[in-house]
Design a protein around this ligand. Structure first.
Ligand SMILES: Nc1nc2c(c(=O)[nH]1)N[C@H]1C(S)=C(S)[C@@H](COP(=O)(O)OP(=O)(O)OC[C@H]3O[C@@H](n4cnc5c(N)ncnc54)[C@H](O)[C@@H]3O)O[C@H]1N2
Ligand code: MOO
Ligand SMILES: [Mg+2]
Length: 406
């Protein structure tokens, strides 16, 4: 049996490759870039005027000239006009290409206009200005061909804006895994069915399906009966079709717990079976020859959900570049737990006035007590090696609410 930390390390050492696909830029938010994005031209692409005002020759201004004839108006979106000679200035707008022969822009706030006959003139009421004032010089941010966003970066609104400006209307992103969710067990009936006295509804697989749907991870749910031959045939096909498999039930020591055997017969190499934890001790994890992972969670509902949340979710999100930040919460009551196992305690959390997470134990009746899940909203990890966990200490915290990742 291995420790919680060892199990996490083994899972985290799996580096999956789910390939890539092309998506429309407008649908790329939250995806991970699968290509480098480079500048298609200089940033900015021309000497860009940054203030509404006039463009003129710096040399004339520097020599002390303060009055100029207004030659014409140049708006943003028009090709650059040429200054006739240094006695002229051109009225120019923010975003326009700097007029040819000009290397200074003075804003309207520093100008006075006056007429001489039909000629519109301008007077600059400013003592000094440097060359290129109010001009965002071509290529000053980045040169054409230089790297703007590296492959592997999460796409947020900032990346979308940059990609739009370099003309990427379609973008290559990392694919998300196509996940098979497999529940096993002859006692299980569908959610819509009315169970007979010896049956129960299959809640585990539905909870996983809903969580994956929230994160927009493609998935499909299967149910397999406790028959070794059928399990082997169906799991073989599922492994062919899907990138990874999440299973629930059938991994303990029962007479119908065939999964560890079946998976090894299908050449899924066992990387661990059994973790020193409660709940979830019989957790099985392996990988097949082509690198597809199988997470076989113990069937008790809290065990399945705990292993999904604590082991699978952080690994999945890390590989989608959406690392889940590790949080801690402060235990509010002493908790006694004797077995030498890591204990994932169900807790109800409250935010204290100081902004900490306070954790109130909601013990319930063990890993089959599904009803207790509704009273709690997170797991608190109490590491092995002690019998009494004192109040006011901080422990790793795993919230049930994953909506911030969606
Ligand atoms: N002799 C031993 N027996 C058991 C051990 C052990 O170490 N020695 N471990 C116990 C622990 S801990 C757990 S957890 C369970 C794990 O059992 P399995 O993974 O083999 O799961 P099943 O036997 O198929 O089912 C267990 C339990 O969970 C219910 N279940 C299963 N799937 C679902 C589902 N999709 N939705 C809702 N409920 C489900 C199932 O009906 C059983 O009640 O083994 C202990 N036994
Ligand atoms: O430890 Mo088992 O996971 O149900 O209680
Ligand atoms: Mg069993």
């Amino acid at each position: 049996m291995i420790s919680v930390e060892e199990a996490k390390n083994i899972i985290n050492s799996q580096k999956p490759n789910w390939g890539d696909r092309k998506v429309l830029l407008a649908e790329s938010m939250g995806e991970v870039l699968a290509e480098d994005i480079s500048a298609d031209r200089d940033f900015p692409p021309f000497d860009r005027v940054t203030m509404d005002g006039i463009a003129l020759s710096y040399e004339s201004f520097h020599q002390g000239q303060r009055e100029f004839k207004v030659q014409e108006i140049q708006l943003a979106g028009e090709p650059a006009v040429a200054l006739k000679n240094p006695d002229y200035a051109i009225e120019i707008m923010t975003g326009a290409m700097l007029s040819k022969g000009c290397d200074l822009v003075i804003r309207y706030e520093d100008l006075e206009f006056f007429e001489e006959g039909n000629q519109k003139n301008v007077r600059i009421i400013l003592d000094s200005a440097e060359r290129w004032k109010n001009v965002h010089k071509q290529g000053s941010d980045l040169g054409a061909g230089e790297l703007l966003i590296p492959e592997g970066q999460l796409i947020t609104a900032a990346e979308v804006a940059i990609m739009a400006t370099v003309g990427c209307d379609v973008v290559k992103v990392q694919s998300k895994p196509n996940v098979a969710i497999v529940s096993t067990g002859d006692e299980l009936v569908d959610v819509r069915e009315k169970p007979l006295p010896h049956q129960i509804r299959k809640s585990n697989a539905v909870a996983i399906e809903a969580s994956l749907n929230q994160l927009r991870i493609p998935n499909k749910r299967f149910h397999l009966v406790d028959d070794k031959k059928e399990l082997k045939e169906k799991i073989r096909t599922i492994l062919d079709e899907f990138d990874l498999v999440l299973m629930s039930g059938g991994v303990s020591k029962g007479k119908a717990d065939y999964l560890p055997e079946v998976l090894e017969e299908l050449k899924v190499e066992k990387l661990f079976h059994r973790v020193a934890q409660r709940p979830g001790k019989p957790f099985w994890f392996g990988v097949n020859e082509v690198g597809k992972q199988v997470f076989a969670f113990p069937g008790n509902p809290i065990s399945t959900y705990m292993c999904f949340r604590v082991y699978f979710m952080p690994w999945l999100m890390k590989n989608l570049k959406r690392e889940i930040p590790m949080k801690v919460a402060i235990l509010q009551e002493d908790v006694s737990f004797k077995p030498d196992l890591g204990y994932f305690l169900q807790i109800r959390s409250e935010i204290s006035v100081q902004g900490h997470i306070d954790a109130f134990p909601e013990m319930g009746n063990g890993s089959g007590d599904l009803a207790n899940l509704a009273k709690s909203d997170a797991f608190l990890y109490l590491p092995p090696g002690q019998n009494l966990y004192k109040a006011r200490k901080s422990y790793e915290y795993y919230s049930f609410d994953i909506s911030s990742l969606a």
